[in-house]
Write a protein that binds this ligand. Structure first.
Ligand code: NAD
Ligand code: MG
Length: 334
């Protein structure tokens, strides 16, 4: 940081990312105000954490950076009705995901700087890593540079949340949006969940105990992912048995085969051509019936009950960070 004072920051939204950014930025010496709807679900939480909380319209007025950390689907209306009429001339509008700008749901006013700072991890981890002196990697981008200083502001914010400790990588709104959606759909959230559920179902259908199947297909995944995280696939090979290695090397491609790769390219194509974005925006606008039903099916999957029973005996798990409270999508639209 230079000798210029830290910019005043308003964080709109106090969910997964909002809370972590607000706490980290305050601890890094920034003046932080939180913008929330009065009586909204996270207002008490922000006050209990010691923040000045104001309605978004008031909170954005004298901020030099306004971070929009509400759910993506509420951002266009929030921007149009509350932020644009109240944000100061020449201020910096900051997003944690490029979705609305990239898919042209928000066209920011020409006088604003428009930047992206996207931590590559959930909010609870962004906070925990900061507290222990580390950080979650982050990417940043500049969409509109009216002041000539937008890149510096993005980097200052990135450093403030702890992201720059981890080599912040410069990207574009397009690259962040498309890779973020692909990662969560094909690999991290969609792919991993379906892989675990299908593996568990295969063992249970074949008559094996659901609890043993849970350990094999879900619980142990963490141990493998921790090795990936520390030292890549190389490190995993150092720790697993030769039998596991030989099985993995000869059977992994049964599961991730040419068809899986073709499906991954289809996922990517639907992100790139806007099909996914249009579908999600229409789903949200229509009240999320399909989204809610699909999510309920995930929550009702029998592996969830088995896991709940087994985890009750894993006392150490209660020490894990709890996810930040988030608004129900339908409620958030209000
Ligand atoms: P969230 O659902 O956890 O939190 C949303 C917050 O916004 C809550 O405090 C809610 O009360 C508030 N809110 C909802 N509607 C509002 C409105 N109309 N006005 C004011 N406040 C309102 O959201 P999140 O998961 O932290 O996502 C925020 C942004 O961060 C999104 O752009 C998302 O893509 C991005 N992001 C999220 C993650 C993640 O791991 N969750 C990771 C990287 C980027
Ligand atoms: Mg995402």
């Amino acid at each position: 940081m230079t000798s210029t004072p830290n910019p005043r920051i308003t964080i709109v939204g106090y969910g997964s990312q909002g809370r972590a950014h607000a706490l980290n930025l305050r601890d890094s010496g920034f003046e932080v105000t939180v913008g929330l709807r009065p009586g909204g679900p996270t207002e008490l939480k922000a006050r209990a954490d010691g923040f000045a909380v104001q309605p978004p319209a008031d909170a954005v007025r004298d901020a030099q950076i306004v971070a929009v950390l509400t759910p993506d689907m509420v951002q266009p209306q929030l921007y149009g009705e509350v932020i644009e009429p109240n944000i100061a001339q020449g201020a910096c509008l900051l997003f944690a995901h490029g979705f609305n700008v990239h898919y042209q749901q928000i066209a920011p006013r020409a006088d604003l700087d428009v930047v992206l700072v996207a931590p590559k991890g959930p909010g609870a981890l962004v906070r925990r890593e900061y507290e222990i002196g580390r950080g979650v990697p982050a990417v940043y981008a500049v969409h509109q540079d009216s002041s000539g200083n937008a890149g510096q502001l993005a980097l200052a914010y990135c450093a403030g949340i702890g992201g720059a400790r981890q080599n912040a990588i410069k990207t574009t709104f397009k690259e962040e949006t498309e890779t973020d959606l692909f990662g969560e759909q094909a690999v991290l959230c969609g792919g991993a969940t379906k892989l675990v559920q299908a593996g568990w179902e295969t063992l249970v259908e074949a008559g094996y105990q659901p609890e043993v199947a849970y350990y094999e297909c879900l619980h142990e995944l963490k141990l493998i992912v921790d090795l990936f995280y520390e030292g890549g696939v190389t490190r995993m090979h150092e720790f697993i048995s030769e039998t596991a290695q030989y099985g993995a090397l000869t059977r992994g491609n049964y599961v991730v085969d040419d068809n899986t790769r073709a499906q991954m390219r289809k996922v990517l194509a639907e992100i790139q051509d806007g099909t996914f974005a249009r579908q999600w925006i229409a789903e949200y606008a229509a009240g999320n019936a399909n989204y809610k039903a699909l999510k309920q099916a995930d929550l009702d999957h029998p592996i969830e009950q088995v896991g709940q029973r087994l985890r009750a005996n894993m006392k150490w798990l209660s020490a894990s960070p709890q996810p930040a409270p988030a608004a129900e999508p339908a409620e958030a639209a209000a």
